[in-house]
Design a protein. Structure first.
Length: 186
């Protein structure tokens, strides 16, 4: 007959207690509460996500780079709602300015970016998200969050995101450039 050490018995008891506690708590994540806290900025987004568009915003002196997670990029189909799990990142950089304060352009007429992000806007779609918002605010199953250029959460309001997306893009699954990109891709 095998002898079991006191350490092994203690480890088994701790493990069993943890499992029982998780089951007693439902063993599942906390219920959904609306808000930007639901979105986590992936640490690898800059290397793993696909940049599908770049938009010059000369009037704001910024360049907006748009990224989407590769799973959503592969699964999105024209004429269909964007797939659950879609995560779109809008990463802004400053445009390089001339001595007179106007944005400089490259040989193709595009704004020249300064290094580094200044702001990140994130839009994510998950089943059940959006519940709890009133109809005049609800954007399907999308949530929005803001982050600083270094990836730290920006607790500034995301109300403008909801307002703009519901007023102008309800028929396009509340998404702008990625929806348009998917409709046109071959």
């Amino acid at each position: 007959m095998r002898r079991i050490s006191a350490t092994a018995l203690f480890a088994a008891a701790v493990l069993a207690g943890g499992v029982a506690m998780a089951q007693g708590m439902g063993g599942s994540p906390a219920p959904y509460r609306p808000g930007p806290h639901n979105i986590t900025l992936p640490s690898d987004w800059e290397t793993r996500f696909i940049r599908f568009a770049t938009v010059d915003k000369a009037e704001r002196k910024i360049i907006r780079h748009l990224y989407v997670n590769p799973e959503a990029f592969a699964a999105a189909r024209p004429g269909q709602p964007l797939p659950d799990g879609t995560l779109i990142i809008m990463a802004d950089t400053r445009a390089r300015l001339g001595a007179d304060g106007t944005p400089l352009r490259d040989h193709s007429g595009r704004l020249i970016p300064e290094p580094g992000w200044i702001a990140l806007g994130v839009q994510e779609k998950r089943p059940g998200w959006g519940e709890g918002y009133p109809p005049e605010k609800r954007n399907g199953t999308w949530e929005y969050a803001r982050f600083l250029g270094d990836g730290r959460r920006n607790d500034a309001s995301v109300e403008a995101c909801f307002t703009c997306h519901i007023q102008t893009r309800a028929g396009q699954d509340f998404a702008f450039d990625f929806w348009d990109y998917v409709q046109k891709r071959q």
